[in-house]
Design a protein around this ligand. Structure first.
Ligand code: FAD
Length: 399
C-alpha cells in the first residue's frame, strides 16, 4: 500500500512554519531581494525558530529532523523568500553541516556545528571555479598539507553565501586537489572560514540570487578542518549533491506554488474582450498543465526525500538509487518550473515584468535555482549514467 500523506507532525510543522514565515519573512522579502542583504533581525528570527540546525545532531544543538520535514521547511522558506538568500543560507548550512556531522573531525564538529545551529555561522560549498562547474572534479584549487596545516590556493566562482558568511560568520567547504596526479581521486574537502587570512571575496551583480567569487591565497587552516579522508573529496561532494539537490528542487516549487495560486485569482478577475482571461482555453490549458506538473514534481521531490529518510533509518536504497531520485526531482522541477513561470508572467501582460507583481521575483529567482547544484544537463548526465551503467559512463567517476 502506498501512503502519500505527510505525518500529523509534518503537517503541524508546515502550518506553524508558514504562519511564522508569513509574519516574519514575507513582509521583508522584497527588501531582501532589492538590497541582496539579510537583516540581523530576520536571520536571528530564522535561527531562533530552529531552522539552521534542522539536520544537525541534538548534541550540537540541532533537532535531528527527518529529511522530509527539512524539505518541507525549504519549500515553505522559498515560498516566503523570493530573494532565495534566506532559504539558501538555511539550506546549505543544513546540508553541508550534515556532511561535517557525518564525516568531520570531532574538533571541527564541536567548533562549527553549535555555531550553525545558533545562527552564528553559515556554511556553504565552494566547488565551482572560473574554469569548471559541471565537471566539478576538474578543479584547479590546491589543498596541500604542510605540517599540522592545510594550505589552500585557488579561486572559486559563482558561490552562494559569500556576503552572508562575511556578515554572520562561517565559511565554505572548499574542494581542491591534494594529489593532482590522481585526478578526481586526488580531490579533498576542507573547511575554510571566510575571515581567514588570505581570503578575498566579492559578489557579482546578478539577475536573481546573490553569488560571489572567492580567492584563496596561501590560506592556512588546521588539519582538523579536513572533512573526510584526504583525497576522498569526490565522494563527499557526490553525497552532498544528493541531499542538496532535493531541497533545491523544493525551492523551485515553493515560489511556483504561490504564483500559481496568485495567477488563478488574477486570470479570474482580469478581463479582455469582455470576459475574464481565465475563460479562454489558451490560458486554462496552460494552467492545467503547469498545475499538474507542479503537483507531480512535488511528489517526486518528497519521494526522493522519503528515500533519504529510509536510507538513514533502515539502510534501504543504494547511493545510485538516491542519486537517481535526487537528479530526477531536480531535472523535472527545473525544466517545468522555468516553463511555468514564463507562461504565468505573460498572464499579467506588461505588468509581469514590473516589481509590482510577485511573479517578477519568481521569474528572476527560479533561473538561478535551476542552475544551482547542477544544470538540467548535469542531472541528465547522472540519470543517464545510473541507467546505462559504467560501460556508458560519460564522466570519469565510474573509473
Ligand atoms: C544561484 C546559484 C547558486 C550557486 N551556488 C553555488 C555554490 O554555493 N557553490 C558552488 O560551488 N557553485 C554554486 N553555483 C554554481 C553552479 O553549481 C554552476 O553554475 C553549475 O554547476 C554549472 O557550472 P558552470 O556555470 O561552470 O557551467 P559549465 O559547467 O561551464 O556548463 C556550461 C553549459 O554547458 C552544459 N554542459 C556541461 N557539460 C555538459 C555535458 N557533458 N553535456 C551537455 N551539456 C553540458 C551545462 O549544462 C551548461 O549549460 C551556483 C550557481 C547559481 C546559479
Amino acid at each position: 500500500m502506498v501512503d502519500f500523506d505527510f505525518t500529523e507532525e509534518q503537517e503541524i510543522y508546515r502550518r506553524t512554519l508558514r504562519e511564522f514565515l508569513e509574519k516574519r519573512l514575507m513582509p521583508e522579502s522584497k527588501k531582501i531581494f532589492e538590497k541582496k542583504d539579510i537583516s540581523e533581525n530576520v536571520w536571528r528570527a530564522v535561527a531562533d525558530f530552529g531552522l539552521t540546525g534542522l539536520l544537525l545532531p541534538e548534541e550540537y544543538g540541532g533537532s535531528n529532523s527527518d529529511f522530509v520535514s527539512f524539505v518541507v521547511a525549504i519549500e515553505e522558506l522559498s515560498r516566503a523568500d523570493y530573494s532565495g538568500l534566506v532559504s539558501t543560507a538555511v539550506l546549505l548550512s543544513n546540508t553541508e553541516g550534515a556532511i561535517v556531522a557525518r564525516h568531520g573531525n570531532e574538533l571541527l564538529k564541536e567548533e562549527l556545528l553549535p555555531k550553525i545551529t545558533k545562527g552564528e555561522a553559515i556554511l556553504g560549498l565552494g566547488s565551482t571555479e572560473p574554469g569548471c562547474g559541471t565537471d566539478f572534479t576538474a578543479v584547479q584549487t590546491r589543498v596541500e598539507r604542510r605540517g599540522e596545516e592545510y594550505v589552500v590556493n585557488g579561486e572559486k566562482q559563482c558561490i552562494s553565501l559569500t556576503r552572508e558568511t562575511r556578515k554572520f560568520g562561517g565559511g565554505h567547504l572548499v574542494t581542491g586537489k591534494t594529489t593532482p596526479e590522481l585526478g578526481h581521486r586526488g580531490m579533498s574537502l576542507v573547511y575554510v572560514p571566510i575571515d581567514s587570512k588570505g581570503v578575498e571575496s566579492s559578489e557579482f551583480d546578478t539577475l536573481g540570487p546573490l553569488i560571489g567569487r572567492i580567492r584563496y591565497e596561501d590560506v592556512r587552516v588546521p588539519v582538523h578542518y579536513l572533512v573526510g579522508e584526504e583525497n576522498g573529496g569526490v565522494y563527499l561532494v557526490q553525497e552532498s549533491f544528493v541531499i542538496t539537490r532535493i531541497p533545491v528542487a523544493a525551492s523551485l516549487l515553493g515560489p511556483l506554488g504561490r504564483i500559481l495560486r496568485d495567477g488563478i485569482e488574477y486570470v479570474k478577475q482580469r478581463k479582455a474582450f469582455g470576459y475574464p482571461i481565465g475563460k479562454f482555453q489558451g490560458i486554462q490549458f496552460q494552467l492545467a498543465e503547469h498545475y499538474s506538473r507542479w503537483e507531480a514534481n512535488r511528489w517526486l521531490v518528497y519521494r526522493a526525500a522519503w528515500m533519504v529518510d529510509e536510507a538513514m533509518k533502515k539502510g534501504r536504497f543504494d547511493p545510485f538509487q538516491l542519486a537517481l531520485a535526487a537528479s530526477e526531482a531536480k531535472l523535472l522541477s527545473s525544466m517545468d518550473s522555468l516553463r511555468a513561470v514564463n507562461d504565468i508572467a505573460m498572464w499579467y501582460g506588461a505588468m509581469g515584468i514590473t516589481t509590482e507583481v510577485d511573479v517578477h521575483f519568481a521569474l528572476r529567482g527560479l533561473i538561478g535555482a535551476a542552475i544551482a547544484e547542477g544544470t538540467v544537463e548535469a542531472q541528465k548526465i547522472v540519470i543517464g549514467n545510473v541507467l546505462l551503467g559504467k560501460e556508458c559512463s560519460s564522466t570519469r567517476f565510474g573509473d
